[in-house]
Design a protein around this ligand. Structure first.
Ligand code: COS
Length: 384
C-alpha cells in the first residue's frame, strides 16, 4: 500500500500552495471587508487552471477523465487560503459534473470548455425550503409541454446562482413519484421566469441565493440523461465532491494548526514559550494526529472514486464526516491556544477560520446524513 502522492500530485500540491500564498492570501483582507462576490478569486483560479481539474481532457480539462485525488489535493491548499477559494472549485464541479455524467455531446461541447477556462460559472440547484436532507422530497416541477419543460418552484442555499450563466436544476418531471420522478435539467439563467429572489448572508464569505421559477420554459433538449434519473446524477455528483469538502476541512485545520504552533513557539508565559508546556503539547499532538487521520480518509475516498470501487459513497461520506467534524475541533483548540487573541476580530485570522469551519459540517449533506449513509452501508441491503 502506497501512502505517498505521485510526483505529479506533489507538483500540483506545491504549485497550488505557492499560488495561494502569492495570489489568494493578499486578497483576503479586501474580500473580508467588502463582503461582495469575490470575482477576483474566480479569475485567478481560472488563470491558474484549477477548474481544468474538473473537466475531461476532451473538453479542455487536464486528465482524460475527472479524477478525485487531484481535486482533493488542490482543494486542501485552496481551503487553507480562503473559504471562497476552496468552495469555488466545488461549486464549479457541482455545476459541471452532472454534464460530464449525463449531458448530451452537444451540451458538453457547448458548456464544458468554458467551465474549464472559468469563463462560465455554473450552479447546482437541489435544495429547497422544504427539502434539505430529504432531497428526494423536492417539490419543484418541470412538466413537459411540447418541446419544452414548464418549471415552477423555489430553490434555496444555491451557491453562485446570482452570477451563474447556467444552473443544473433538479426538479420533478413526474410529481407522483418520489426520488424516481426527479430529473436533471440545464437552465440558462437568462431564461424568462428564472429569478434570483434573495442573497442569503452566511457565516463565512460565500455567495448563496434563493431562486424562483415562475412558468420558466426550457427546451427538452436540456434534459441531462434520462427523465427520472436526476436523483442518481445528483448523488453521483456528491460522491465525487463530498470527499473534497473533507479536503477543504483538512486545509482549514492544517492552517489553524500551523498558526497555533507558530504562536505557541513565540508566546512566553511562566518563563518559557507555551509550546514547551505539556498542556499545550497535548493539544498540538491531538490536533496533528486528527488532521492526518482526516487527510488519509480523504485520500482513501478519492482513490476509491478514481479506481471505480463500489464503496465510494461510503468512503466519501466517511471522509466528509470525519474531516469536517475534526476541523471544528482543531480550530477550536487553535483558538484556545491563542487565548484572547484567538477571538480578536482584527489582525488575527483565527476568528475567520472559526467562521469558515462551520458550514462544511452542513453543506453537501449534514454530518448526520453522512452518518446515516455510513451506517446504511452495513445495515441496508446493497442495491447498486
Ligand atoms: N449514486 C447513485 N445512485 C444513488 C446514490 C449514489 N450515491 N445514492 C442513492 N442512489 C439511488 C438509490 O440507488 C435509489 O435508487 P433505486 O431506488 O433505483 O435503487 C435512489 O437513489 C434513492 O436512494 P435512497 O433510497 O438511498 O434515498 P433516500 O431518499 O433514502 O435518501 C440520502 C438518501 C439521505 C442519502 C439523500 O437524500 C441525501 O444525500 N441527502 C442529503 C442531500 C444533500 O447532500 N444536500 C446538499 C445539497 S448540495 S449543497
Amino acid at each position: 500500500m502506497d501512502f505517498e502522492l505521485s510526483p505529479e500530485e506533489k507538483k500540483l500540491q506545491e504549485e497550488t500552495r505557492q499560488f495561494v500564498d502569492r495570489e489568494i492570501r493578499p486578497l483576503v483582507p479586501v474580500i473580508e471587508k467588502k463582503k461582495s462576490y469575490p470575482i477576483e478569486i474566480v479569475k485567478r483560479l481560472a488563470r491558474q487552471g484549477i477548474y481544468r481539474l474538473l473537466i475531461p481532457k476532451e473538453y479542455g480539462g487536464i486528465y482524460e477523465t475527472v479524477r478525485s485525488l487531484p481535486i482533493c489535493v488542490a482543494r486542501e491548499e485552496l481551503g487553507r487560503g480562503h473559504n471562497f477559494a476552496g468552495a469555488s472549485i466545488a461549486t464549479q464541479g457541482l455545476g459541471s459534473y452532472p454534464l460530464v455524467l449525463a449531458g448530451s455531446a452537444e451540451i458538453r461541447e457547448r458548456y464544458l470548455p468554458r467551465v474549464a477556462s472559468g469563463e462560465i460559472v455554473p450552479a447546482f440547484a437541489l435544495t429547497e425550503p422544504e427539502a434539505g436532507s430529504d432531497a428526494g422530497s423536492l417539490q419543484t416541477k418541470a412538466l413537459r409541454e411540447g418541446d419544452y419543460y414548464r418549471i415552477n418552484g423555489t430553490k434555496c442555499f444555491i451557491s453562485n446562482a446570482g452570477i451563474a450563466q447556467y444552473i443544473v436544476l433538479f426538479a420533478k418531471t413526474n410529481p407522483s413519484l418520489g426520488a424516481k420522478g426527479i430529473s436533471a435539467i440545464l437552465v440558462e439563467t437568462g431564461a424568462p421566469g428564472y429569478e434570483v429572489t434573495r442573497q442569503m448572508e452566511i457565516l463565512a464569505i460565500d455567495v448563496v441565493n434563493e431562486l424562483q421559477f415562475k412558468d420558466c420554459l426550457v427546451p427538452r433538449a436540456n434534459l441531462l440523461g434520462e427523465e427520472g434519473k436526476g436523483f442518481s446524477v445528483a448523488m453521483q455528483t456528491l460522491d465525487l465532491l463530498r470527499c473534497s469538502v473533507g479536503a477543504h476541512a483538512v486545509g482549514i485545520a492544517q492552517e489553524a494548526f500551523d498558526l497555533a504552533l507558530a504562536y505557541a513557539k513565540k508566546r512566553v508565559q511562566f518563563g518559557k514559550p507555551i509550546a514547551k508546556h505539556q498542556a499545550i503539547q497535548l493539544k498540538l499532538a491531538n490536533m496533528i494526529v486528527e488532521i492526518n487521520c482526516g487527510r488519509l480518509l480523504v485520500y482513501q475516498a478519492a482513490l476509491a472514486k478514481d479506481t471505480g470501487q463500489s464503496d465510494v459513497t461510503f468512503k466519501s461520506s466517511m471522509a466528509k464526516y470525519y474531516a469536517t467534524e475534526m476541523a471544528q475541533r482543531v480550530v477550536d483548540q487553535a483558538v484556545q491556544i491563542h487565548g484572547g487573541y484567538g477571538v480578536l476580530v482584527d489582525d488575527f485570522p483565527l476568528e475567520r477560520l472559526y467562521r469558515e469551519v462551520r458550514a462544511p459540517r452542513i453543506y453537501e449533506g449534514t454530518s448526520e446524513i453522512q452518518q446515516l449513509i455510513i451506517a446504511n452501508h452495513f445495515v441496508k441491503e446493497q442495491k447498486r
